[in-house]
Design a protein around this ligand. Structure first.
Ligand code: ADP
Ligand code: MG
Length: 398
C-alpha cells in the first residue's frame, strides 16, 4: 500500500482526499465531531506540505439528489475551526461551482466539495456510471488520498473507482486502522479474546463464523446473547430473540466445541418489564429468565466472569455493547467490559474497540480513549475486516 510519503513533493499539487465526515447532526449542530478530528492528521500534513487540498465526503443518505438538510456546511465550519484556517465549501459536488472553487485554491488551502451523495452516480451499481463520476473528480486533482476508513468497504465512485484513475495512496487514518486491525486478525498474539454484543446476531453472522476459526475465546453479550441462550434450550422471556437464527447458532456452538474455542455466555442477566430507562431492573439467572421480562444487560456476575476472561488476553477485540447502555440502569455490563479492556491494555494486551455504538458507548460512559490500544472509526468496515473480507477501497490501492 502506498502512503502519502510515496507521492513525492506535494507543493502546489492538487490532492483529492476522501474523508469520512458522516457525523451525527442535531439540525445543523454536530453532536460528535470525532470523525472530523480523526481526519485531521492527514489534512494537516497535506496543508503543511503546501498541497491544494480538495476533500470529498458524504453526510447521511440524501439518496442521490441535492437536499440542503444534508449539506456539509456545518462540517466545513467545524473543520476550519479545527484546522485553524478557513475551509471553503464548494457550492456543488462536481459542477461548475466546484470546478471554479478548485481552480482558485492556493497552496496549503482546503476546499470541501458538497456532499458526494448528492450525485446518484456515487453509489450506483453500474460500473460505468460510477466511473463517470470518478473521472470528473479525478479531473480536479493530480493525486488521490484515501482516508475515509468508514467507507473503505464500499465500492463507490469516490472511494474505489477514483483510485483506479489517479495515482493513489492511503491517508494516515486508514493506515492506522488497517495496521491495528491486521495486528488483531493476522496471527494475533494469544490468548486472543473477542467480545461480541450489540443488537442482533444476524448482523454479525459472518464475523462469528470467521472468528470461530481464529479466536481462543468468544464472549457473547448484548441483544444477540438471547439467541445463544435459546440455542442452549433456555427460555428468554420477552428478550430480543431471532428464532430463525437458533439453528445457525447451534451450529456455531458445535463448531466451537469441535475446535476448542471457548464460548462464554453470561450466567446472569439484568431484566426489566419494559424497554424503558426507568423500568424496574432485577437480576436473574440466565437459565431462569421470567417469561414476562426483557433482558436488557448482562448481570454483575457475568461482568466479573467476562472481566476474568479478558484480563489474561494478549489481544482483545470488542464489538457491540453488552446491554442497552443508553439507559443508565442497563450500562453496567458495557462498563465492566470497557474497564476490563482498559486494565488488559495496561497489562500489555493489544485492545481494539470496533463498531459505531461501541465506540460511542466508551466515550459517553466517560472512558479515556487512550486506555484502549485502538478505537476504530469505521463500524461496518471494521466488521468486514473481522469477517476476513477484502475491502474494495483498500484492495484497489494495492
Ligand atoms: P455496534 O454499532 O457497536 O456494532 P450494534 O449496532 O450491533 O453495535 O448494537 C448497538 C445497540 O445494541 C445499542 O443501541 C444497544 O442499545 C443495543 N443492545 C444491546 N443490548 C441489547 C439488548 N439486550 N436488547 C436490545 N438491544 C440491545
Ligand atoms: Mg451500530
Amino acid at each position: 500500500m502506498k502512503t502519502i510519503d510515496d507521492l513525492g513533493d506535494l507543493r502546489g499539487k492538487r490532492v483529492l482526499v476522501r474523508s469520512d465526515f458522516n457525523v451525527p447532526l442535531d439540525g445543523t449542530t454536530i453532536t460528535d465531531d470525532g470523525r472530523i478530528r480523526a481526519a485531521l492528521p492527514t489534512l494537516k500534513r497535506l496543508v503543511e506540505a503546501g498541497a491544494k487540498v480538495i476533500v470529498t465526503a458524504h453526510l447521511g443518505r440524501p439518496k442521490g439528489t441535492v437536499d440542503p438538510a444534508f449539506s456539509l456546511a456545518p462540517v466545513a465550519e467545524r473543520l476550519g475551526e479545527l484546522l485553524g484556517a478557513p475551509v471553503t465549501l464548494a457550492p456543488d459536488t462536481i459542477g461548475d461551482g466546484a470546478k471554479a472553487a478548485a481552480g482558485e485554491l492556493g497552496d496549503g488551502q482546503v476546499l470541501l466539495l458538497e456532499n458526494i451523495r448528492f450525485d446518484a452516480r456515487e453509489t450506483s451499481k453500474d460500473d460505468a456510471e460510477r466511473d463517470g463520476l470518478a473521472r470528473e473528480l479525478a479531473g480536479l486533482a493530480d493525486v488521490f488520498v484515501s482516508d475515509g476508513f468508514g467507507v473503505v468497504h464500499r465500492k463507490q465512485a469516490s472511494v474505489y473507482d477514483v483510485a483506479k484513475v489517479l495515482p493513489s495512496a492511503v491517508g494516515s487514518l486508514v493506515q492506522t486502522e488497517v495496521e491495528a486491525l491486521r495486528r488483531a486478525t493476522v496471527e494475533p498474539e494469544r490468548p486472543y479474546v473477542v467480545v461480541l454484543g450489540g443488537s442482533k446476531v444476524s448482523d454479525k453472522l459472518g464475523v462469528i463464523a470467521n472468528l470461530l476459526t481464529k479466536a481462543d475465546r468468544l464472549l457473547i453479550g448484548g441483544g444477540m446473547v438471547f439467541t445463544f441462550l435459546a440455542a442452549q434450550g433456555y427460555r428468554v422471556g420477552n428478550s430480543l430473540l431471532e428464532e430463525d437464527q437458533i439453528d445457525t447458532v447451534k451450529g456455531y456452538l458445535a463448531t466451537a466445541a469441535d475446535r476448542g474455542v471457548q464460548i462464554v455466555l453470561p450466567t446472569d442477566i439484568v431484566v426489566a418489564p419494559e424497554f424503558k430507562a426507568n423500568s424496574p431492573a432485577t437480576v436473574v439467572a440466565a437459565d431462569d429468565m421470567p417469561a414476562d421480562q426483557i433482558g436488557l444487560d448482562i448481570g454483575p456476575k457475568a461482568g466479573d466472569q467476562f472481566r476474568a476472561a479478558i484480563l489474561d488476553a494478549k489481544t482483545v477485540v470488542w464489538n457491540g455493547p453488552m446491554g442497552v447502555f443508553e439507559f443508565d440502569a442497563f450500562a453496567g455490563g458495557t462498563k465492566a467490559v470497557a474497564q476490563a479492556l482498559v486494565d488488559a491494555t495496561s497489562r500489555g494486551a493489544f485492545t481494539i474497540v470496533g463498531g459505531g455504538d461501541s465506540a460511542a458507548a466508551v466515550r459517553t460512559l466517560g472512558f479515556d480513549e487512550d486506555g484502549f490500544s485502538h478505537i476504530s472509526t469505521g463500524g461496518g468496515a471494521s466488521l468486514e475486516f473481522l469477517e476476513g473480507k477484502t475491502l474494495p477501497g483498500i484492495d484497489v490501492l494495492n
